[in-house]
Design a protein around this ligand. Structure first.
Ligand SMILES: NC(=O)C1=CN([C@@H]2O[C@H](COP(=O)(O)OP(=O)(O)OC[C@H]3O[C@@H](n4cnc5c(N)ncnc54)[C@H](OP(=O)(O)O)[C@@H]3O)[C@@H](O)[C@H]2O)C=CC1
Ligand SMILES: C[C@H](CCC(=O)NCC(=O)O)[C@H]1CC[C@H]2[C@@H]3C(=O)C[C@@H]4C[C@H](O)CC[C@]4(C)[C@H]3CC[C@]12C
Length: 326
């Protein structure tokens, strides 16, 4: 019971939890000094991180994928299509999915030309969770197992102010997130047998706040939460299945350029190189891939130290005046 007559002592800042204590101490430092200090600390730190990552590279060899049994979703176009071609050149077995059968047929034909050990497709929308499970069943039927599951497809994404359409968000969560979970549930038993890998294709927009992609961003953040937690559980249970979360910046795919060329100040990174980096990161069982490295990794380093600065930097990198409410 507090004594009403004694002045109520404020707890000493040092007794506060660290962030609050630091926040109060930092409040009194002028902004320009704070930013100067931040850069003096951050630049060497980023340099050390980049040096470590550069020198700690393990060597990928294309023969690592020879004969491997790989599912690639969303492979009728874009990054998924390029991943199928890289895997074909490496002599892998590929099973690709999307909605458009005609496009899938062309990709399969070209995969066989490029040297795929085998190439098959299944078409349909990933709104249908049964399809998500049937694709894995087909891999078991064709190959007797599975080595790599590349979850890449996304549903239609607008690039504009959030319009309040909750049904659109629900549908996007089904296509971009729940179908990834359904395929993973179906694939885990065979991936455990092979000691295989799950590659989850995500985005900068799945790690930091980027305007005009709120529904899409929600689905990508969900992927990070779910698969980062699942990765912990696999480690705890000593299950030899790797999960690689691939965080991509702006990539020059047909859809992305159609959607955002009017707001981006430079073209996206090459989809062919992006696709190869995703495959490499999965084959090397990396925890996360950042591509383009600097464009993605540096904002993530800034994110926790200066979130408002990063928000402002992100907005300034877009021609936001070109985005008109629909
Ligand atoms: N391009 C970029 O700037 C960036 C891309 N990414 C990520 O990379 C991945 C690939 O992106 P990108 O190559 O640009 O995308 P694309 O739009 O080029 O390709 C999307 C693929 O998904 C398929 N697809 C679309 N709707 C459905 C559906 N309902 N069910 C099943 N498949 C569907 C499409 O084929 P079909 O229409 O025939 O079904 C197509 O094969 C995505 O996960 C995206 O979030 C991340 C950051 C940046
Ligand atoms: C605008 C974002 C990139 C922010 C930036 O300037 N980063 C530096 C760099 O990347 O060089 C884009 C990052 C992710 C993109 C979005 C995405 O994740 C994929 C969607 C794909 C879809 O086909 C089209 C548009 C996307 C929403 C795409 C739009 C641009 C990004 C938000």
């Amino acid at each position: 019971m507090k004594d009403r007559n004694l002045p109520q002592l404020q707890p000493h800042p040092s007794s506060q939890p660290w962030p609050l204590q630091t926040h109060r101490a930092v409040e009194h430092v002028p902004e320009e000094i704070r930013m100067g200090l931040l850069l003096k600390i951050l630049v060497p730190f980023v340099g050390l991180v980049l040096a470590f990552c550069f020198y700690s590279k393990e060597d990928f060899k294309p023969e690592m994928m020879k004969g491997k049994r790989v599912i690639v979703t969303g492979a009728s176009t874009g990054i998924g299509e390029q991943m199928a071609y890289h895997l074909a050149r490496m002599g892998a077995h590929v099973l690709i999915t999307a909605r458009t059968e005609a496009k899938l047929q062309k990709v399969v034909t070209w995969c066989l030309e490029l040297g795929a050990a085998s190439a098959h497709y299944m078409y349909g929308s990933m709104e249908d969770m049964a399809l998500a499970e049937d694709v894995v069943k087909e891999a078991k039927r064709l190959w007797g197992g599975l080595d790599m599951l590349i979850l890449n497809h996304i549903g239609y994404t607008y690039f504009n102010y959030f319009d309040g359409d909750v049904e659109h968000l629900r549908k996007l969560l089904e296509i971009n997130f729940l179908s990834y979970v359904a395929m993973t549930v179906s694939a885990l038993p065979v991936l455990k047998e092979s000691g295989g890998s799950i590659l989850v294709v995500s985005s900068t927009a799945g790690k930091v706040g980027i305007p005009f992609v709120a529904p899409y961003s929600a689905t990508k953040f969900a992927l990070d939460g779910f698969f980062s937690s699942l990765r912990q559980e696999l480690i705890i249970e000593n299950i030899n299945v790797s999960i690689t979360l691939c965080i991509l910046g702006h990539i020059a795919t047909e859809t992305a350029e159609k959607t955002v060329s009017h707001v981006m100040q430079k073209p996206g990174a090459p989809k062919e190189e992006c696709a190869l980096e995703i495959i490499k990161s999965g084959a090397l069982r990396k925890r996360e891939l950042y591509y383009p490295y600097a464009a993605v990794r540096i904002p993530l380093l800034i994110r926790d130290w200066a979130p408002e600065f990063l928000d402002s930097f992100t907005r300034n990198r877009l021609n936001v005046e070109n985005v008109k409410r629909s």
